[in-house]
Design a protein around this ligand. Structure first.
Ligand code: ADP
Ligand code: MG
Length: 230
């Protein structure tokens, strides 16, 4: 279970402040987060993943007190437990498609590229119809194709927690549904917890739970309401 309590966070200039009194995500359940652009959805995912150090309060992920870990421990926690689909993909330009999918093996402290993992990478690419692009440079892909590579990479090691930040943002409706199906079936199969952020309300029905995010936004000075896609 992910348990967030009395969490407060702000970036340097203090114009944005996230405050979450309490929020839980049950293990093995799927949750979708919706909310206006700039309301802190990406920030929350990065706090759960341990990319951002917490400012106040607690982020408990299973037995890990992520808020209390130093940078190195947060990195190890993330490598071992979290698969993240970043809003901006964060693919490595000098690696081809398959090597981007296999990247978690290369940076993981105790996993290496095996025949089985290579096969799993290929099969994930096949499930998003990207097999033909396996050896292509990711710089030669469309945004939607890049997004599908990022999703395969996040799922490769069957992490306990999958955080997907607007993973269908660049996809047509058919591919968007396919991706959500893949995220849900893969996380159900491995018993993982899935948290996805989206602006696409047609996808909400597939999830166990929907969290409207604007409830956590504290406005200070600047009014950030926009409602547009980020
Ligand atoms: P969302 O994902 O809901 O669109 P974000 O979590 O990306 O929102 O951002 C929340 C707010 O924090 C926004 O106002 C954004 O401009 C600001 N913000 C995001 N990243 C940074 C950063 N690295 N430094 C300062 N402000 C940031
Ligand atoms: Mg975002």
């Amino acid at each position: 279970m992910i348990l967030i309590q009395h969490l407060t966070f702000s970036y340097g200039d203090g114009t944005f402040r996230l405050r979450i009194p309490e929020l839980t995500f049950e293990s093995g359940r799927s949750t979708v987060i919706v909310g206006p652009s700039g309301s802190g959805k990406t920030t929350l995912l990065n706090l759960i993943a341990g990319i951002l150090p917490g400012a106040g309060g607690e982020v408990n992920v299973g037995e890990f007190k992520v808020h209390g870990l130093d940078e190195n421990a947060r990195r190890l926690f993330r490598l071992r437990n979290v698969g993240q689909v970043f809003q901006d993909f964060q693919l490595i330009d000098y690696l081809n498609v398959l090597d981007n999918v296999l990247l978690p093996c290369r940076i993981h402290p105790s996993v290496s590229v095996t025949k089985q993992l290579r096969e799993r990478g290929r099969s994930l690419l096949q499930s998003v119809e990207m097999s033909a692009f396996e050896h292509r440079s990711v710089t030669q892909l469309s945004q939607g194709e890049r997004q599908r590579v990022a999703i395969c990479r996040a799922l490769l090691l069957s992490p306990r927690i999958v955080l997907a930040d607007e993973p269908t943002g660049n996809l047509d409706p058919v591919n968007a549904e396919r991706i959500v199906e893949l995220l849900l079936s893969e996380t159900e199969r491995s018993g993982a917890t899935l948290i996805m952020v989206t602006h696409d309300h047609s996808l909400l029905k597939y999830f166990d739970r929907v969290i409207p995010f604007e409830q956590f936004l504290e406005r200070r000075g600047v009014d950030k309401a926009s409602g547009g896609a980020s």
